[in-house]
Design a protein around this ligand. Structure first.
Ligand SMILES: NC(=O)c1ccc[n+]([C@@H]2O[C@H](COP(=O)([O-])OP(=O)(O)OC[C@H]3O[C@@H](n4cnc5c(N)ncnc54)[C@H](OP(=O)(O)O)[C@@H]3O)[C@@H](O)[C@H]2O)c1
Length: 228
């Protein structure tokens, strides 16, 4: 595939490495090449099969708008734009493109979501709970999109329980640690996921781009990762 990668930061540069290992042609652009999505014109996107975005919350919506309006399939890993999800879904449907998004493209975290979904039954049986997340000190958004996704999953299973509180820590170079603790009068249950590197995110995003070839529609990675 001919992939355009937006963001040459910590994750974007690793996505470029993984895409090259998968024998895709890759072009990568950073912030200075793309103010206000100015690099994403129909002419410049002409030969591109799909665009992968790992940028920042303040520019991701402009990038999405430019690429989707040009009819390009997108894989969006950038977090912090979820409140706009309905508008983005409508844009993708209007332009009949393919779109996969996730707060977390790691297969392990998506399995963790399912474990959390099963364990959430505890909230219907006199357990209370808390969510903790730790990330490196440079992370721009808090709480993490992954922690919010876990919170949403737990609330779907136990809607009568108030949404679990998320506590965020920003320190050092932590790649991504998420923990759910359920507590009753009798015991505690600990569920945790600890990312050792960004490799899992990059692999998931590249494999999602491969999966999306020839497809249209708006997909959450947590619903499609088993098909990769
Ligand atoms: N879904 C997942 O699996 C997953 C995993 C990890 C991270 N993330 C999310 O992905 C995003 C990036 O994370 P990161 O850790 O890689 O951050 P990062 O190291 O800060 O990298 C962000 C990059 O985006 C570039 N950028 C900013 N505006 C841009 C624009 N308009 N066009 C193109 N590039 C632009 C920046 O370029 P300059 O350096 O030139 O300013 C920077 O290199 C965050 O939202 C993070 O939460 C998601």
């Amino acid at each position: 595939m001919n992939l355009l990668l937006l963001g040459r930061g910590k994750t974007g540069s690793l996505v470029a490495e993984v895409a090259a290992e998968h024998r895709h042609r890759t072009h990568i652009i950073g912030a200075s090449d793309n103010p206000n999505a100015s690099a994403l014109t129909p002419e410049k996107l002409h030969a591109i099969d799909a665009v992968i975005d790992f940028t920042a919350p303040q520019c991701v919506l402009a990038n999405v708008e430019a690429c989707v309006k040009t009819g390009k399939n997108m894989i969006v890993g950038t977090t912090g734009w979820h409140p706009e999800i309905d508008r983005v879904r409508a844009l993708v449907e209007q332009h009949d493109t393919g779109f996969v998004y996730a707060a977390n493209f790691s297969i392990g975290v998506n399995l963790f979501y399912e474990i959390a979904r099963t364990a959430a039954t505890a909230l219907n049986h006199q357990y209370d709970g808390q969510i903790f997340e730790r990330h490196h000190a440079h992370k721009k958004d808090a709480p993490s999109g992954t922690a919010i996704a876990v919170q949403r999953i737990l609330h779907e299973v136990a809607p009568q329980h108030e949404a679990l509180e998320i506590t965020s820590f920003r320190e050092g170079e932590v790649v991504g640690f998420h923990e759910v603790i359920f507590e009753s009068a009798a015991d505690r249950i600990y569920l945790s996921h600890d990312a050792k590197s960004r490799r899992g995110f990059a692999e998931g995003a590249v494999r999602a781009a491969e999966w999306l070839v020839g497809k249209k529609g708006f997909y959450d990675f947590k619903d499609i990762w088993r098909e990769l």
